[in-house]
Ligand binder design. Structure first.
Ligand SMILES: Nc1ncnc2c1ncn2[C@@H]1O[C@H](COP(=O)(O)OP(=O)(O)OP(=O)(O)O)[C@@H](O)[C@H]1O
Length: 246
């Protein structure tokens, strides 16, 4: 496993408040990583920095084998380099079918204008079926996305992100609002996706994280408080004091 993303010594201050404080964190390729921590620990801001939405005051964010300095690039350039982000709320096109949503995501990979003129080739059609299979929506391909359950919409959006072939997928609280069986399906899906890429998941649900069965990073006050296996992290007294014991 080689290092794909390396964030080092990064700090961000909002109106005098240090939300990220000399944070260093790295992820390999492939790797599945869970990011936990109390409210306000800086988890979302960390993802904002990686995706270029927030520029830090200091520190380095280095990407890929060519050690590209991500801080020099815009959000859309970073997305094109292969960093996909799934926000908490699903954003699918409700009036379009599952198939069309996936088709649009495939077309979008080739640039914003290709969506307008794009016609699916046989290969694209096969890829759409493959993506639907991967996220467990094969039986729903011709249904409108609007009638899917909350969990299914989340899977569709993950499928749309996978259509773009990201090398790093950032996922914010996927388990929120899901039924227990949807959660189980989601852990399987993310584990599978992380076999060939880096996947970082922010989550508060400890059962969900246990099922992910991966390395865990606990953030607190904008820095790494503990990192390692879930058992290692959850036994850490500071993690218990600031997060688990609350
Ligand atoms: N744009 C902003 N302006 C001012 N303060 C901000 C801004 N964005 C984040 N913060 C503050 O930075 C801190 C870290 O916030 P962040 O959202 O990254 O935490 P989090 O770990 O994702 O929390 P949660 O689990 O509640 O989502 C918080 O105290 C938050 O209020």
């Amino acid at each position: 496993m080689s290092t794909l993303l390396e964030v080092s010594g990064v700090s961000v201050t909002f109106d005098g408040f240090r939300a990220i404080n000399n944070l260093s964190i790295a992820i390999g390729e492939p790797e599945l990583r869970a990011v936990i921590g109390p409210n306000g620990a800086g988890k979302t801001t960390f993802m904002d920095i990686v995706t270029g939405k927030t520029k830090p005051d200091e520190g380095r964010v280095i990407w890929g084998e060519r050690s590209v300095n991500l801080l020099k690039y815009s959000e859309s350039q970073i997305a094109k380099m292969g960093i996909g982000r799934k926000f908490q709320k699903p954003t699918v096109f409700e009036d379009q079918s599952v198939r069309d949503n996936l088709a649009m995501a495939l077309a979008n990979k080739r640039g914003p204008f290709s969506v307008l003129v794009w016609r699916a080739s046989d290969r694209d059609r096969a890829r759409i079926e493959e993506l639907a299979e991967e996220v467990g929506l094969s039986a729903r391909l011709d249904d409108s996305a609007g009638i899917l359950s909350h969990g299914q919409k989340q899977w569709l959006e993950i499928g749309m992100l996978l259509a773009q072939d990201p090398r790093l997928l950032l996922v914010d609280e996927p388990a929120a609002g899901m039924t227990p069986s949807e959660r189980e399906h989601t852990t399987d899906l993310l584990k599978r996706a992380a076999k060939t890429r880096a996947v970082m998941v922010i989550e508060h649900d400890m059962e969900f994280i246990r099922r992910l069965d991966c390395r865990v990073t606990c953030l607190h006050e904008g820095a790494v408080l503990a990192e390692g296996s879930l058992d290692h992290v959850t036994k850490n007294q500071q993690v218990i004091d600031v997060y688990l014991g609350r």
